[in-house]
Every structure is written in structure tokens, then in C-alpha cells.
Design a protein. Structure first.
Lengths: 532, 105
């Protein structure tokens, strides 16, 4: 029987061995293994293992082991409260078994190894048990208070390392999420100017707030602002699911109230306990009218030229995730030319030392029917200033352009077949603001479609590329340029090459320039509408 | 992604194929497969109805030209329905396809 009886010097050596600063430079995984090796040697143990509680906090999972590596390989799980390790986790204090009676030990690996004596301590983060560290010997051994102290010291190092690893994993996951959840680029639209700000409060760079702007196949433009209650990764994950579910439900058709009803059903069934406020609107293709439904979200702010800025008096239904089976309402908001509508989350207007109503008053004071991009900066400067925010802040501004203001259309999309329809939609919207007749529009669609198809089919190799379209109205002509950065190869296959003929017939002037950095198609088409 | 629906109605030896929606490079292959699959060698007459086709470019013309060549070999009559003034009618007329195949109405 081995009795450990360390002298004072020996004790010091042991402590130094596991608090060695060199350990701090190791990566977390290597640190755990190094610590386990050292403790195995110091305590002259045959096995050493770290088990950590899983997310449900119901089970211990073998995370690192020496002399017992199979525990990790086999993903050994021990229910809290059961067996040796389970008891330590449940009671939060050290347990010694001098002579293992295999009815105490749940883990078949410990039995197979014929372990005789065991000492285990809880791994604690603050007061909470996050795991168990235990050592075992194949010969009989009486563990002493010194051994417990040393093992507890190691357990504290393990706790720190584990916490560091969890936050490292969370940070990496949050960064990956942030990339996948970052708001999509706002579309450039002929009739509506958009600008947005998103300032997540969380360190990981994602929070429960979101905004979204997308077009439906019908040509309706959807705008969304939402706020998932809660913080951190959990709220961000729910946000990501809601954002994509809302898009999917919107694609299925139906008005805003219908879409939010479906989303609510989804939240109540699949995200129990989650709650979110969402405002969802659909613009008709002329942007004159917005159909909108609010699930407990703050009222949008409306600024009309020549009138005081107000909060929209919309009927507001309960947030998502609150009550099943209620009837949600859709209302219609008219947006006159030059008017600006602002959506935001409570983080923008709520601040310590300022009531919500005061915040809303400040918002109404600063919002004017001006260019959205500059206004975004003004609103953020006034309401956020240099105060570190307590919450995520999201702001989405949209302003209907004045009718006679036809700005050039510019868009760049992947040179892929799937972009062709999006290009047609954008061209349709842009032309809707001009006086193009249906024939003018059909001709321009065709010539642009053919030029873009050529870029898709002939410009690039397997790596792909982009196709850019610019349209400008110089009455009575529309000028369009379609450019890529590849080099066209001759068409392949039979019954090809009619595209060029269509392009020529549908334009008044057509020029194709193959240059060293790509191909550009220049089109001029005279509008035959009443203005010309 | 561009979407079109192809509905097929068989009436004796005549196959009526209606293409609705939009037709471009993105879905031309799919649409062509569906059209071709609807025509077996018992057919004597094929009507391609483009009344509800809102957009068609040269990839649609390619389908029509290829189909008319194949049906000629199979001795199957072909006609195309495209209303006067529709964008589809315009594309077909510009291509000269109407000189190969009967265009209705």
C-alpha cells in the first residue's frame, strides 16, 4: 500500500508543477493533456480523466483522459447523481473510494481497467459544478487531504481552461454566425431609397435584432424589422431562424398578417419560450402603398414633406410566441412621393436615464424627409451619440423618390442563370418610372436579357463572375450598358446565335466591345411613349 | 430563379402543350424536357400554346426551332399559339419562325 506523505518542499513542487506559467501559453486542448500528465505523475496515479457537463446539465461527458483514453474515444456519458463521477457532480464535493466496489462504479471502462482506488473532485466555475476530475490507481491507495487539495488546484486550472475554450468556441461560432446573419446588402431600387444601421451590443457581433429587405417573385418589396427577446448567441440563433422562416412564409404568398401568423405558429411550436417583436411590410411595385402588420413592435416613424414627423398610429398585435390563435391585422400606409418611413428597434430609443416616450420624441425631432443615408447618420449621432449602447440598435429608413426623379439603375449580380429573372424585375421597376410603352419595355427587356445571357453563358469559366447593368434615361432615349469582366467565346450547340439578331432588332443602336478586361454591350433604345 | 409551368392536354392524336410564366436560360432546359416528354410517336398534331408566357428570349426560340425540326422528321404537325401584340408573338415574328410553323391565332 502506498501512502502519500509529501514534505513541505514536495508540496511546493507539486503546486508549482500545476501552476507553471509555461502552461498558460499552451492551447486549451494541449493544456488539458499537459495538466493531466502532470497530475498523474504527481499523484502517482494510473488514470486521470476530466468529464464535463453537457449543455442539458444532465450528463457528464468524458472530455480528456490519460490512461483511460477510451473514455473519450467512446464518448462515455455518466448521468449526474449516478455512480462515482455522477455523485461528485451532484454533491459538488470531493469523493474518495479507497477500495472500489464495482457496484459504486457505473462506468464499465473503470471496471474493465480493474481500478482499485479513486479520488475525484468537482470542477467548479464560481459556485457551479461544470465537471469532474478524477484519478484512479490499479493498486490499493489511501488518498489524503493533500491529494484532494492538489487535485482541486488542478480542477481550478481545468475550469479556467474550459471556460476559455467555451468562450473561444462561442466567439468562433458567433463570428461564423455573424457572417451568415449579417444583413444582406440593401437593394438599389428605382423608386425607393434605402439605408440602414445595425449595431449589435454583444461582443460576438450578433444579437437578436434584425432587418431584412427582399423582393417577392410578384415584384412586391418586403421590409422587415424584428427583435428577439434575449441576448447573445441564443437570441442570434433564434433571430437567424425567424429571419429565414419569414422569408420562406412570405414567398408562400399572403398578406403581412398571414405571414406573421404562420411565423408565430412556427415560434410557438419549434421555439418554445422564445419571444420576438416583428414588423413586416409589403410595398406594392410603385411604392405608393405599404401593407403592414405589427407583432408588438414599436410604431414606425413617418416624415412627410411639409408636415410634422409623427409615429404611425398602427394597430399592433401581440409579439410572436405569446399567445396562440389570435387574429393578426394588416393595415395600409400611403407613402407620398418624398415621404420617409423609419423602422427601428427599442435599442435606438431606450436609454438609461431617458424614458421611452422621451426617446421617441427625440426620434421624431431628428427624422426629416431627407436622403436616408445621411439621415441614418444623423439619427445615430443624436440618439446614440458616444454612449455605449445597452442593447442592439437597428434602424431601417426608406424614402419614396419624387416622381420626376429617375435616377440611373445600377446593379451587379452573379453571372448565373438565376440572376436573369432578378434583372428583369429590376428593369421592370425602373421602366415603370419612365414613359416606356409596353413594346418599349418588352424590347429593352429582351435586349438586356440577351446581353446578360451571353455574359452568363460565354464570359466566364467554371469560376464564374458577375454581370453589371446600368440604365440611364436621357429622354427620349434609354441607354443601357451590360458589362462583364470575362471574354466571350463563340456560342456552342445548334440553333444558337439568334440572341444577337434579337438584340439588333430591339435596339436603335447596339455596340459590343470586347476589351482586355471584359465585354461591354452598349444599347440605345428610343422610347416611343407620349413624352417623345 | 425563372419559373414556367408546362401543362399537357392530350385529345386523341393531338397534344396541347401550354407553357405559362417566363422562359430564359435558367429554365429552358427543364421546359424543353417537359415538352419533349409530352410528345410520343402516336401524336399527329402538336399545339404549343404560349398565350400565358410573359417573357421569352432566344433560349425559347431555340426550343421552338429544335422542336419543329424534330417534329418534321417524325411527320407530326406543329402550330404555335401566341396572341397578337404579346411580347412572345413579337419575338417569334422577329425570328422568322412564323415562316416555318403555323402561328395562331
Amino acid at each position: 500500500m502506498v501512502v502519500s506523505d509529501p514534505t513541505a518542499n514536495e508540496r511546493l513542487r507539486r503546486i508549482e508543477s500545476v501552476t507553471d506559467v509555461a502552461l498558460a501559453r499552451l492551447k486549451v486542448e494541449d493544456l488539458l493533456v499537459e495538466l493531466l500528465d502532470r497530475v498523474r505523475e504527481l499523484l502517482r496515479a494510473d488514470t486521470v480523466a476530466v468529464l464535463l457537463l453537457n449543455e442539458s446539465r444532465q450528463e457528464l461527458v468524458a472530455t480528456a483522459a490519460r490512461g483511460l483514453e477510451e473514455e473519450v474515444y467512446q464518448d462515455t456519458r455518466i448521468p449526474v447523481g449516478k455512480g462515482f463521477a455522477g455523485r461528485i457532480a451532484a454533491e459538488g464535493r470531493p469523493v474518495i473510494i479507497d477500495r472500489v466496489d464495482h457496484s459504486d462504479v457505473l462506468n464499465p471502462i473503470l471496471r474493465q481497467k480493474r481500478i482499485r482506488s479513486l479520488l475525484g473532485v468537482p470542477v467548479l466555475a464560481g459556485d457551479a459544478v461544470i465537471g469532474v476530475l478524477h484519478v484512479g490507481t490499479l493498486t490499493d491507495r489511501a488518498f489524503h487531504q493533500d491529494d484532494i487539495n492538489l487535485l482541486q488546484l488542478v480542477a481550478d486550472r481545468v475550469a479556467l481552461a474550459t471556460q476559455a475554450r467555451i468562450s473561444q468556441v462561442e466567439r468562433t461560432a458567433a463570428a461564423a454566425l455573424q457572417r451568415s446573419l449579417a444583413p444582406s446588402v440593401l437593394p438599389l431600387l428605382p423608386g425607393l431609397e434605402l439605408a440602414a444601421r445595425y449595431a449589435p451590443n454583444e461582443e460576438g457581433g450578433v444579437g437578436g435584432d434584425w432587418y431584412d429587405v427582399f423582393t417577392l417573385p410578384s415584384g412586391w418589396l418586403c421590409v422587415v424589422i424584428g427583435d428577439v427577446v434575449g441576448h447573445g448567441l441564443r437570441a442570434a440563433v433564434v433571430m437567424g431562424r425567424l429571419r429565414s422562416a419569414l422569408r420562406a412564409y412570405a414567398l408562400e404568398g399572403g398578406g403581412p398578417a398571414e405571414v406573421l401568423t404562420r411565423l408565430d405558429r412556427k415560434v410557438q411550436h419549434f421555439e418554445p419560450g422564445a419571444m420576438a417583436t416583428v414588423l413586416f411590410g409589403q410595398f406594392d411595385p410603385s411604392f405608393e402603398r405599404l401593407r403592414v402588420s405589427s407583432a408588438g413592435h414599436l410604431a414606425p416613424v413617418l416624415a412627410v414633406p411639409g408636415q410634422p414627423t409623427t409615429l404611425l398610429d398602427l394597430p399592433t398585435d401581440p409579439p410572436l410566441g405569446v399567445r396562440f390563435g389570435l387574429r393578426r391585422r394588416t393595415s395600409t400606409v400611403e407613402l407620398e412621393p418624398g415621404a420617409l418611413l423609419g423602422l427601428y428597434t427599442d435599442g435606438l430609443v431606450e436609454r438609461r436615464g431617458r424614458t421611452l416616450d422621451e426617446g421617441l420624441d427625440v426620434l421624431c425631432d431628428v427624422v426629416v424627409p431627407g436622403p436616408p443615408e445621411r439621415l441614418c447618420a444623423d439619427v445615430m449621432a443624436t440618439l446614440v451619440g458616444n454612449q455605449p449602447p445597452d442593447d442592439d440598435i437597428t434602424l431601417l429608413l426608406m424614402r419614396r423618390r419624387v416622381d420626376n426623379e429617375i435616377v440611373p439603375l445600377e446593379l451587379t449580380l452573379p453571372a448565373a442563370p438565376g440572376s436573369l429573372r432578378d434583372i428583369r424585375r429590376a428593369v421592370d421597376r425602373w421602366l415603370a418610372g419612365t414613359e416606356a410603352t409596353p413594346t418599349d419595355a418588352a424590347d429593352l427587356q429582351l435586349v438586356i436579357g440577351e446581353a446578360c445571357s451571353n455574359a452568363v453563358e460565354h464570359a466566364y469559366g467554371a469560376r464564374g463572375g458577375t454581370v453589371a447593368l446600368r440604365m440611364e434615361l436621357r429622354p427620349p432615349d434609354v441607354f443601357a450598358t451590360i458589362s462583364d469582366t470575362g471574354s466571350w467565346r463563340p456560342p456552342r450547340g445548334r440553333n444558337r446565335g439568334r440572341g444577337t439578331m434579337l438584340m439588333q432588332r430591339c435596339s436603335d443602336e447596339l455596340r459590343v466591345e470586347h476589351g482586355p478586361v471584359g465585354t461591354t454591350v452598349f444599347v440605345r433604345r428610343r422610347l416611343t411613349g407620349p413624352a417623345s | 430563379m425563372t419559373a414556367a409551368t408546362v401543362s399537357v392536354h392530350k385529345d386523341g392524336d393531338e397534344v396541347h402543350i401550354a407553357v405559362a410564366g417566363e422562359l430564359d436560360l435558367a429554365n429552358a432546359g427543364l421546359v424543353e424536357d417537359e415538352i419533349v416528354a409530352a410528345i410520343d410517336n402516336t401524336a399527329t398534331n402538336v399545339v404549343v400554346d404560349l398565350t400565358d408566357l410573359l417573357y421569352m428570349d432566344s433560349s425559347g426560340l431555340r426550343i421552338l426551332f429544335t422542336l419543329s425540326g424534330r417534329l418534321e422528321v417524325l411527320q407530326i404537325e406543329m402550330s404555335v399559339v401566341a396572341p397578337h401584340g404579346s411580347p412572345t408573338r413579337r419575338v417569334i415574328e422577329m425570328s422568322g419562325f412564323d415562316s416555318l410553323v403555323e402561328l395562331r391565332p
